[in-house]
Design a protein around this ligand. Structure first.
Ligand SMILES: C[S@@+](CC[C@H](N)C(=O)[O-])C[C@H]1O[C@@H](n2cnc3c(N)ncnc32)[C@H](O)[C@@H]1O
Length: 329
């Protein structure tokens, strides 16, 4: 299998990873591998394993790809995307034997953005097999306290050491960040935990993919009038949040394009919605196929939000047809 970075948005929900790797083997995962220094070492030490790396940063992925191609490894798979989304949507329960999170971003001013939190450990526990090993390292004192609290709170992991963490670990390869931290005299915290026998509930089901959503409206408003009344509407309901960022009118085509952020529990999507005036004068609200959007409940909710906004713009606007469904029950 040649090295080809996968996009989180394009994964099967969930992926058949042994099939992708071409063999059944222990599954090892590094989250936030940066330039790939540690991942490369892991790949060299563990030819017996299937090795996955998840990283959000494209420049970091390009650096890692270069190193991995030079070394010709065939048992490594890189994925670009957020670990939360890849684990939730692209990974079946209990597939990982070892997970490494090396020096995750500490987000000192926005701790809510930290990768490690209670929900993440629950999600990770659901994707790890019994006795699966979890190693985390950080050089940030406040994040270390946060990680210690999260690990000590979770029922699903147990420390493999007599203490929750150690501040020296000379067994492992030092990552780039670790080298900077040690050179700067910062204390590193190393966590060596493992998945215990406590059964884990799995509320993290892959999202349903629905038919391509659309609604049809009849309205006396023109596209220019609709565009002129755009006031960045925002809608939130049942775990879905929609932010309509900007609206664009085509000078050549009877349509408006709306730049839209959609957030739902498993994933965030940045998509283009459209309002297209048809020959019979009706307007069709839909999703454009730009950037491989997935027609999830959240996208159906976004089309609903645009439709409600349009219905509120003029009392004579009526809904003619809709195939929307964002109800999971
Ligand atoms: C501080 S760097 C550490 C890099 C490397 N692990 C090291 O120790 O040298 C944190 C890395 O995590 C990545 N990252 C941040 N949030 C992430 C997420 N939600 N999923 C996957 N990777 C993430 C960042 O892009 C960055 O490369």
């Amino acid at each position: 299998m040649p090295l080809q970075t996968l996009q989180a948005t394009r994964l099967d929900w969930p992926m058949n990873w042994p099939q992708r790797f071409g063999r059944e083997a222990p599954m090892l995962l590094e989250i936030g591998f940066g330039g790939g220094h540690f991942l490369l070492d892991l790949a060299a030490r563990r030819p017996d394993a299937n090795i996955m790396g998840i990283e959000v940063s494209l420049p970091a992925i390009r650096r890692a790809e270069q190193k991995l191609k030079t070394a010709v490894f065939h048992h490594v798979q890189l994925i670009q995307g957020s670990a939360h989304t890849v684990l939730w949507t692209g990974c079946a329960p209990a597939i990982f034997d070892e997970v490494y999170v090396n020096f995750p971003d500490p987000w000192p001013k926005h701790p809510q953005r930290r990768v490690i939190n209670d929900t993440f450990l629950h999600l990770l526990a659901s994707r790890m097999g019994e006795n699966g090993r979890l190693a985390i390292a950080t050089d940030h004192a406040d994040y270390a306290e946060w990680i210690t609290d999260c690990l000590e709170r979770t029922p699903y992991f147990t420390s493999r050491l007599p203490t929750s963490f150690v501040t020296e670990d000379n067994e492992r390869l030092r990552t780039k960040y670790e080298q900077f931290a040690i050179a700067d005299g910062r204390t590193c915290h190393y966590y060596h935990w493992q998945r215990n026998k406590t059964a884990v509930a799995n509320p993290f089901h892959p999202p349903k993919e629905r038919p391509m959503p659309h609604t049809i409206l009849r309205t006396p408003l023109t596209l220019s009038e609709i565009s002129g009344r755009f006031n960045k509407p925002y809608a939130s309901e049942g775990g879905y949040t929609v932010r309509l960022i900007e609206i664009f009118q085509s000078p050549h085509y009877p349509a408006l394009l709306i730049d839209t952020y959609i957030s739902e529990p498993a994933l965030n999507q940045h998509v283009a919605l459209s309002i297209h005036q048809r020959d019979d004068g009706t307007m069709i609200v839909g999703l454009r196929e730009i950037g491989f959007p997935r027609p999830t409940n959240g996208v159906h909710f976004a089309i609903h939000a645009v439709t409600q906004w349009l219905l509120g713009l003029h009392p004579d606007t009526v809904l003619v047809k809709s195939n929307l469904n964002f109800d999971d029950t």
